[in-house]
Design a protein around this ligand. Sequence first.
Ligand code: UD1
Length: 372
Amino acid sequence: MKKKIMFVAGARPNFVKIAPLLREFAKRRDVFKTSLVHTGQHYDFDMSGVFFEGLQIPDPDIHLNVGSHSHAVQTARIMIAFEKVVMKNKPDLVVVVGDVNSTAACALVASKLGVKVAHVEAGLRSFDRTMPEEINRVVTDSISDYLFVSEKSGIRNLKREGVASEKIHFVGNVMIDSLIWAGPLVGRSTILDRLKLTEKRYGIVTLHRPANVDSNGSLIEIYDILRMVSEKIELIYPLHPRSRTMLKKHGLIEKLTALTNLCLIDPLGYLDFIRLMKDSRFVLTDSGGIQEETTALGIPCLTMRENTERPITVTQGTNNLVGKDKGKIYRGVANILRGHYKQGSVPDFWDGKASQRIASMIRGQLADRPGP
Ligand code: UD1
């Protein structure tokens, strides 16, 4: 009997992680029957559809259409809808990725129904419980059966939390699988022409975390920082819907638009964004995934957070934690523009084969187990 593997994706970073997994599992159709559930946490074309296109992800088999709500309502609605799906389809394994609300909600549902759960990108910890993602990580890891770890800090964190070693598998980074897969395609992106940019003559800004964009005080600090940096180099800022809403609410969209060297644009699709990042001088971000992608691409990254759940990007990669410290950011940018920044190296197993390792592991683990 083929083993039924149900993959869950809900928000933008999930799509990037799920794409290479689906491709690898499709190669093993003789043993696996796979399905994809889209929770609908992200629903705009810009936040979802364009990623399915760019990453060539097959259409979801099931769409839960939950949409945007408070954390409790969103998580609860995903759980209610996903419970029905799991009861009806009886998968042998549910695979969740990353740290968004969809991840924790679906892991909880599956584990309570006695269905095995695999968490891809397990063990990352920022040790900052004010981040919703940290709560999602801790909850998901504590109830998962297979914990697939992307960097070695994840092994230490899980062991410290008492997770049995047999459950922990260091496989590398599926996000980098997508990056490497996309390599030959990104050259075809016309984004530089469309934005009239020259390679290495611009920086990218992506900021959307609640801690950065949800308060007036923080947005004003960010405005000051972007004004200061844009005096040195042109900046491109693809706006996440959360950031756009907050900037509008606090009357800052007009002020940012008025900065001559800053260009606010809509969110970009995967291939366009990777192309933009690959040819940029540096990235100023609060994203998790971008800290990893810049490390893999060797692009300097200034992370506007006080902590990171991805420490290898700092110890081995090109990442620097700068918070909202204007001095650090000013010096960081000035150094990058003078060509002084750490070169970094690519972490172990960030080699495009993480999904392959995961599929082989799961095949080995599930092969001998009787169906439900
Ligand atoms: C979520 C993840 C975050 C991830 C980010 C990537 C959680 C807790 N957070 O944050 O880890 O880095 O996705 O984008 O799961 N909205 C739209 N259209 C959409 C989706 C959202 O307009 O397609 C707007 C809505 O107003 C919504 C807001 O963005 O209220 C926030 O969306 P939500 O999914 O709740 O959180 P993100 O900030 O996107």
